[in-house]
Design a binder for this molecule. Structure first.
Ligand code: OOG
Ligand code: NI
Length: 463
């Protein structure tokens, strides 16, 4: 008997098949993946081993995040079962309803592996958004009721898929034939459906928000984008532009600078019109076109601590306060503040408690009879221990809102005269049916565990 497919193997296979499927649906995605690969190869050639400091080239080349959007807590719970079978858990709470310029009626989390070795095997993650029909700033009572009825009557995931997901979770994987069936059904669930869309209903929701229409205006779900990781996002931006692809006007996230890469930088382009069948009021079906999907690419840097993240958020606020008139001015302001506020080296980032690292005993340090010092600083200075940066595995709400918004035609409407419905991480945990994990706690635990191993190996009382 062959051994069953482990969750990480199912995850890697799912990510690869989703990528094939999405490449057939959105050819521009294939161009983006090709250009990303070229950039990564060039960076590796130029920078050598340094290029792999935040992940092996094998990991980075295969690395993708997807984005999906669902309508109800019940649907979100089903998503959690499917991704749970792939070893992915909900991490982080993102409220995209609040971002100033962009009114997107969703709250989100990201499903991803959480253990260091699982991330190294395959870090596939999916940014998952849940529509908020109960937020009166977007939906009045009548629309809310019709929307909830519409959502309650649809089925996104076939029972056979969910049963296989539960079996994979219970048995820690699936045997070959069941794995094959599970992957087939899982990928199919995220394909763009050919079923006709009720044009009037879709347009009514689109007047509130294009995202609301994309989620609640159709009877199925689909992958919204699939994002490759690139080692030099500014170079990628130049190359895509040179190929005639019109990118959004900025790279979201921290500015480019000559210090350590931190957090996440992302940019995107609008996908083309996609043909969709539309059903008119008289029951006839016509062919129409919708533009909801896009291409996105990202560069990942070092995970920041809570303090580091507070510094980043403060930086964004300071940039806003200067009211830059153009994207170029915004970038220039950010670079100036960034250079003034952020440490220029990884070592300083760690010393100031701003970035997360794991620590490792240097095995081949020449022995000179001296006892290892008892402080981390001393251990690093003396060459006993080396620090490896932890890569940021999560998302940024402000960037996510920017990505959502820059790819929409209409800004959407949010009526700030009424109070919004309150959602937080605890509420989302209830909706998902499992605990939404705190990303900061995950990085801190990884860092802590590495320090415990160092202390044990060097026989020092504790670090
Ligand atoms: C999600 C947009 C956010 C990211 O990478 O920040 C996102 C969506 O469009 O559904 O994917
Ligand atoms: Ni994305």
């Amino acid at each position: 008997m062959t051994s069953p497919y482990a969750p990480w193997q199912l995850r890697a296979a799912f990510a690869a098949r989703l990528s094939d499927m999405y490449g057939r649906e959105v050819p521009a995605y294939t161009t983006l993946v090709d250009v990303s690969r070229e950039v990564n190869e060039d960076v590796l050639r130029e920078r050598g081993a340094d290029a792999e400091r935040l992940g092996s080239i094998g990991r980075v080349t295969a690395e993708r995040h997807g984005a999906i959007r669902v309508g109800t807590p019940a649907e979100l719970g089903q998503v959690a079962r499917i991704f749970g079978a792939l070893g992915m858990r909900p991490v982080g709470f993102y409220d995209l309803r609040e971002a100033a310029a962009s009114a997107v009626p969703v709250v989100s989390t990201a499903f991803r592996p959480v253990d260091g070795d699982e991330l190294a095997r395959n870090p596939f993650r999916v940014f998952t958004s849940l529509l908020t029909p109960a937020d009166p700033r977007f939906f009045d009572d009548g629309l809310r009721r019709r929307l909830e009825d519409f959502l309650a009557a649809r089925e996104l995931f076939p029972p056979e898929l969910l049963a296989l997901a539960d079996r994979a979770a219970a048995e820690g994987g699936l045997p070959a034939a069941a794995a094959e069936r599970f992957l087939e059904l899982a990928v199919a669930a995220f394909e763009l459906s050919a079923e006709p869309i009720d044009k009037a209903w879709y347009e009514e929701l689109a007047r509130v928000s294009a995202v609301a229409a994309d989620i609640g205006g159709v009877r199925s779900t689909h992958i919204n984008h699939l994002t490759p990781r690139v080692l030099d996002i500014d170079e990628l931006y130049r190359r895509m532009t040179a190929r005639g692809v019109r990118m959004i006007d900025t790279v979201q996230g921290p500015p480019a600078w000559d210090g350590p890469d931190v957090l996440l930088r992302q940019t995107s382009f609008r996908a083309l019109d996609e043909p969709r069948a539309l059903r008119l009021a008289d029951g006839s079906v016509v062919s129409g076109a919708l533009r909801v999907r896009f291409g996105e690419v990202e560069a990942r840097g070092i995970a920041l601590t809570r303090a580091g993240r507070a510094l980043y958020d403060d930086l964004l606020a300071r940039v806003d306060a200067r009211r830059p008139a153009t994207p170029a001015e915004r970038t220039a302001t950010a670079r100036e503040l960034w250079a003034a506020l952020l440490p220029r080296t990884e070592r300083d980032l760690a010393a100031r408690g701003l970035g997360h690292f794991t620590y490792h005993v240097v095995a081949d340090r020449p022995r000179d009879g001296a006892a290892p010092p008892a402080s981390l600083d001393g251990l690093l200075d003396g060459g006993w221990v080396r620090a490896a940066p932890l890569v940021y595995e999560d998302f940024l709400p402000r960037s996510a809102a920017g990505i959502f918004q820059s790819n929409l035609e209409e800004a959407g409407v949010r009526d700030d005269a009424v109070a919004g419905a309150a959602y937080d991480s605890a509420w989302l945990s209830g909706a998902v049916g499992r605990e939404v994990l705190d990303p900061f706690a995950l990085y801190a635990a990884q860092e802590r565990a590495s320090l415990d191993v160092v202390a044990q190996e060097l026989r020092i009382p504790g670090l």
